[in-house]
Design a protein around this ligand. Structure first.
Ligand SMILES: Cc1ncc(COP(=O)(O)O)c(C=O)c1O
Length: 415
């Protein structure tokens, strides 16, 4: 089948998006202002994202206004590019990194590229981090948990001259209004990256990199130039501008009213709804149903979730606003009409992973989503790791790298 036909098919079915990107099939935000004809290139008047001097410098200045004391750079290749560039820039003066908790695969890719030493630490282990290192924090998590004591942690790290890098890929909407999480930029993080496309209404790939010191930004820009396409999409850049305008205009009343209604309708239907720190994320569970079964039940009824989590699904709520065209009534109708008695489980692609016990990982294994590596190349597949992977497989989560490891050891056994 042609990709274009598949996309058209989904559009014709008017599927309801409870996933990223934040424009939710163009029903949230201002993206209708963008015409496909605006897909231009660096002709006179349109500046150059890799050396912004005109209209794109102006865009960067507007983006810098989000947090006082920070300079900003628009990026079209997602936070992945920002993370690769940021870690590369920091590695010019730091060669030891500490990763706080779960981190996206791009963090590991960057550390691999710069060949840096790193360790993974829990929040309470950060007290022992040595001066002159850099700490990489993810805030908020994919499932919308904010890092507790963010302010005091950053203050403590900064007092020890530790560089603080924060992956805020899931938090471009932080501080948008009261009741939302706070960005680490309120507390002086050195380098921060936000995916505008995930939770704000911007096109996929739209991201912004922030630096507290202008000289650091110059080094980061050098590496963005290495990693980012030299033909940045003007559609994506324009969408960053429109998402920023949306952020500045946002009034939370409609959002919170619709969110309350959605939670109420789900609970009336018998679902357990877990409210995350980020009010725009909900985890929905139902006793006796695995996440993947719930995911397919919603999908069969036209509602697409962001991902399966343990025994539930994660929804990214639209940032509802006055005048949006999100199909809220259709969503409610769909939830109310779910037939929970005729639950069918979909076939699960199962692998026998027991053979991997104590074997060395030959290709990093990453359940996607969330994109957080479970075993890094070179590490061993311990029993605990196999249990985690088994749980992902039972939930029908796609796992990057697993087939390569299985095939590698299968062929080895045969030879
Ligand atoms: C925590 C985290 N950081 C970074 C990224 C990469 O962001 P992007 O898709 O904008 O490249 C992701 C993507 O899912 C993520 O979950």
């Amino acid at each position: 089948m042609r990709l274009t036909d598949r996309l058209k098919e989904l559009d014709d079915k008017q599927v309801i998006s409870m996933h990223v990107p934040g424009h939710k099939n163009m029903t949230i935000g201002y993206l209708k202002e963008i015409d496909m004809k605006y897909d231009m290139t660096e002709i006179p008047g349109l500046d150059n994202l890799h050396n912004p001097e005109g209209i794109l410098l102006e865009l960067n200045h507007k983006l810098s206004g989000k947090y006082e004391g920070y300079s900003a750079q628009a990026v079209v290749n997602g936070s992945t590019t920002g993370i690769l560039a940021g870690i590369s820039a920091v590695s010019e003066h730091v060669n030891c990194f500490v990763i706080r908790g779960d981190a996206h695969k791009s963090v590991y890719h960057a550390l691999d590229l710069v060949n840096a030493d790193y360790s993974v630490a829990a929040a309470d282990e950060l007290d022992d981090v040595k001066e002159g290192t850099a700490v990489i924090i993810t805030h908020p998590s994919y499932t919308g948990e904010g890092l507790k004591s963010l302010g005091s942690l950053i203050k403590k790290l900064k007092s020890k001259n530790i560089t603080v890098i924060v992956d805020e890929a899931h938090g471009a909407h932080m501080d948008i209004a009261e009741g939302f999480l706070e960005s680490s930029m309120n507390y002086g993080a050195d380098f921060v990256v936000q995916s505008y496309h995930k939770m704000l209404p911007a096109l996929t790939g739209a991201s912004v990199v922030y630096c507290r010191e202008q000289k650091n930004m110059m080094t980061v820009q050098k590496y963005i130039d290495y990693f980012e396409t030299s033909s940045p999409s003007y559609l994506v850049m324009a969408s960053i501008e429109l998402a920023e305008e949306f952020y500045n205009d946002f009034k939370p009343e409609v959002f919170f009213a619709n969110r309350t209604l959605i939670v109420q309708v789900l609970r009336e239907k018998g679902f357990e709804v877990i409210e995350c720190d980020d009010p725009a994320k909900l985890v929905i569970c139902r006793q006796g149903l695995r996440g993947h079964a719930l995911d397919s039940l919603f999908r069969e009824n036209g509602v697409y979730s962001e991902m399966t989590v343990d025994d539930g699904v994660l929804w990214c709520l639209p940032l509802f606003h006055a005048g949006d065209s999100f199909p809220l009534q259709e969503l409610i109708k769909s939830v109310r009409s779910l037939d929970l008695s005729s639950m069918e489980t979909t076939d699960i692609e199962k692998y026998d992973i027991s053979e991997l016990l104590n074997k060395k990982c030959i290709r990093t294994v990453v359940p996607y989503p969330p994109g957080v590596p479970v075993v890094i190349e070179g590490e061993k597949f311990h029993k605990e790791v196999l249990l985690v992977l088994d749980n992902y497989l039972n939930n029908n989560v796609k796992i990057e790298g697993i087939k390569e490891n299985i095939n590698y050891y299968m062929n080895e056994d045969e030879s």
